[in-house]
Design a protein around this ligand. Structure first.
Ligand SMILES: C[S@@+](CC[C@H](N)C(=O)[O-])C[C@H]1O[C@@H](n2cnc3c(N)ncnc32)[C@H](O)[C@@H]1O
Length: 221
């Protein structure tokens, strides 16, 4: 099986997105991709969400739960975090990994139709998920994240930033397929602004991450 198909090739009838199976193999790939910086990068992403102890957080397209668990550490057992993903295999992996942290749970669902009540969460985060959705579905997913946030709640989107060097970019494409080679991360900011978020900020984390932070305007609860 080539890596491109493993990463982006499993269709789910509920979503135009491509889900990931094989949680254990995904973990191995993630470790190699971040070259020893994965924990540092995802700990930083959890901080960048602005989550605080006691918050209710949602991780959309949580995969094997790497960011979800970092968020669980930040919100502490005074709060809670839910990871959502349509792939049963990665959810099973994530649940095993949660290892008794009862404030960290995982559930089946899709970004375009989140299993969440309006305004249920203080923080919504999503890492490396949006490039799995067809471009015309991404706005729907971001609108859903906004719906799930309370007024004053905070959004963090992070996705794969292709290398600027064309040789390295082609190498990424050869190994992982065209989705990651051409991932248009510069469109994340306008996507978030068009969804109605305010206080939008962007940044990069070495080696591959571009992120967008934003707030759902309105009086905090
Ligand atoms: C590259 S993985 C990222 C996993 C995790 N967030 C991380 O940073 O390691 C992308 C995840 O998005 C999930 N996914 C694909 N389509 C989705 C959809 N429509 N809604 C939510 N998640 C989706 C895949 O199943 C996969 O677990």
């Amino acid at each position: 099986m080539e890596l491109a198909r493993f990463l982006h090739g499993t269709a789910d009838s509920r979503t135009g997105g491509q889900t990931i199976r094989h949680g254990r193999a995904y973990e191995a790939f993630g470790t190699v991709l971040f070259g020893g910086r994965r924990r540092h990068v995802f700990t930083r992403l959890a901080e960048l969400t602005g989550a605080r102890p006691g918050d209710r957080a949602l991780d959309v397209g949580c995969g094997t739960g790497y960011l979800t668990l970092r968020l669980a550490d930040v919100v502490t057992s005074a709060g809670s975090v839910i990871g959502v993903d349509p792939s049963a295999d990665v959810l099973a992996h994530a649940r095993r990994r949660a290892n008794g942290r009862t404030h960290c749970t995982f559930t089946d669902g899709i970004a375009e139709n989140l299993p969440a009540a309006d305004g249920e969460f203080d923080v919504v985060a999503s890492s490396l998920m949006l490039h799995h959705l067809p471009e015309d579905v991404r706005a729907r997913a971001v609108a859903e994240m906004r719906r799930a946030l309370r007024p004053g709640g905070r959004l963090l989107l992070a996705d794969f930033r292709p290398p600027t060097n064309s040789v390295a970019r082609h190498l990424v494409g050869a190994v992982t397929g065209p989705v990651m080679e051409r991932n248009p991360v510069h469109l994340l900011r306008p996507l978030v602004e068009q969804a109605g978020f305010t206080e939008v900020r962007t940044g990069d984390l070495h080696p591959w991450i571009h992120y967008v932070q934003a707030v759902k305007a309105g009086p905090a609860a």
